[in-house]
Design a protein around this ligand. Structure first.
Ligand code: PLP
Length: 437
């Protein structure tokens, strides 16, 4: 028996010894339906032998080589991204070991770009009030996620924050046409107060991930934010760690609007959970300015690991061969339809939201006033626990301030029957959690 506590804070977590399709099997043979795709990661599903074989082949071929050197799997990944996934405007790639590192690199690139073009006073990065970008000191600081800053608050550096769209709880009187403008005006006010000439970049998720629970902004929000960044000389970083590579039913979440980022960040689904990998892709304006200035873009030792790149190539090939992005759109529509019919009249669910196979419910104590359950109640954790008792795993959501959110983000291969089970068990789990208090 080990002395060592794993995870760090011990809890009652299952011991998973096999995964296949959408299922996790524990050491007693129990079968758990993974409605969350892990941490919204396993886009092509578990148990893809060809991905494992490609990783093994890459490990045999070039086990480890420093990230700036080229290897067959690195070149293949850059090639498939360039030919088949990224918009032509994004011409430069940097690879990290995950989403946090990739966002950290993206923020550094925005800062370096401004220095490179002589905008030396642009030294601030801006985030949003509801967001998650990672767990390092900088990415945690810029995240609008109080729950993940506990015990660190006084040590974290200050980052400028603008209000994130939260249509469910937007001020009364705003409608579809005025709501986007409202949030963009708020953003402008904050930037003006800070001095826009001091701002290097703005980082945001196109559709807010688990921190807000799959919040889709008002339709005109993104085009207006893009225009505001252009007007004020601010680099737009879109964090697509959760939404990228098909999750929302298009290749990238930002493609739901007529905009393009200066820097696009990915992670999670890029290698489908088979390997740790994050990607940072910049447009030529950013890339060439940094190159001309002679600045370094420092790599992490395991960034662009050959086996991780090989995994990503296979995952991306599978996505195209099986038309899984299209499937995320159709199965996502089915999931939203089933969630809507299960919860549209539910007394304790205020909203079903999301896009494609990124979905969430927001649970409330009172549907008409949107009053929340008390924070001590931990209702969304209770719902996740009730789901697990019933052999379905949902993803914890919320920031501590945005509370009581439960997320779903299954593999794109999910069948209608599996989606039905996710929804049925979610209804049971909400009822069980609410009535247990
Ligand atoms: C939107 C977003 N950005 C960044 C991250 C951090 O990525 P990682 O946990 O791979 O470091 C996450 C993880 O949940 C995320 O959802």
């Amino acid at each position: 028996m080990s002395r060592m506590s794993w995870p760090f804070i011990a809890g009652a977590f299952p011991n998973i010894c096999r995964t296949e399709g959408l299922y996790l099997y524990d050491d007693s043979g129990r079968k758990i339906l993974d409605a969350a795709g892990g941490a919204v990661v396993t886009n092509v599903g578990h148990g893809r032998v060809r991905v494992a074989e490609a990783m093994a082949a890459a490990a045999i071929e070039t086990s480890y080589v420093v990230p700036p050197f080229q290897t067959p799997s690195r070149l293949a990944l850059v090639d498939i991204l360039d030919q088949d996934w990224l918009p032509p405007s994004l011409t430069r790639a940097h690879f990290a070991s995950g989403g946090t590192e990739a966002n950290e690199a993206a923020m550094k690139l925005a800062l370096q770009y401004q220095q490179a073009i002589g905008e030396h006073q642009r030294i601030k990065m801006v985030g949003r009030s509801i967001s998650y970008h990672g767990t390092t000191l900088a990415t945690a600081s810029i995240s609008g996620h109080p729950g993940r800053k506990r015990g660190l608050e006084s040590a974290l550096p200050h980052y400028v924050s603008v209000p994130a769209p939260y249509p469910l709880r937007a001020p009364e009187g705003l409608n579809g046409a005025s709501m986007g403008q409202y949030y963009v005006d708020q953003m402008r006010d904050v930037l003006m107060a800070e001095g826009p000439e001091t701002i290097a970049g703005f980082i945001a998720e196109p559709i807010t991930g688990s921190s807000g629970g799959a919040i889709v902004p008002p339709e005109d929000y993104w085009p207006k934010v893009r225009a505001l960044c252009d007007e004020l000389g601010i680099i737009l970083i879109l964090d697509e760690v959760m939404t990228g590579f098909g999750r929302t039913g298009l290749d990238f979440g930002y493609q739901h609007w007529p905009i393009a980022p200066d820097i696009l960040v990915s992670g999670k689904g890029l290698a489908g959970g088979y390997a740790p990998l994050g990607g940072v892709f910049t447009n030529e304006r950013v890339g060439s300015a940094i190159e001309s200035a002679g600045y370094q873009v420092m790599f992490t030792t395991f960034g662009a690991h050959p086996s991780a790149c090989a995994a990503a190539v296979e995952v991306l090939n599978i996505m195209r061969e099986e038309a899984l992005v299209e499937r995320a759109a159709t199965q996502g529509a089915y999931l939203h339809n089933q969630l809507a019919s299960a919860f549209s009249e539910h007394p304790f669910v205020a909203e079903v939201r999301g896009r494609g196979l990124l979905a969430a419910i927001e649970v409330v104590a009172d549907r008409s006033s949107l009053a929340r359950f008390s924070i001590d109640r931990g209702i969304s954790n209770q719902i996740v626990a009730e789901g697990l008792k019933r052999d379905v795993f949902y993803y914890f959501g919320g920031t501590g301030e945005v509370r009581d959110v439960v997320c779903l983000g299954p593999a794109f291969t999910a069948t209608n029957a599996e989606i039905d089970q996710m929804v049925d068990i979610l209804v049971e789990s909400v009822t069980a959690a609410v009535s247990s208090g």
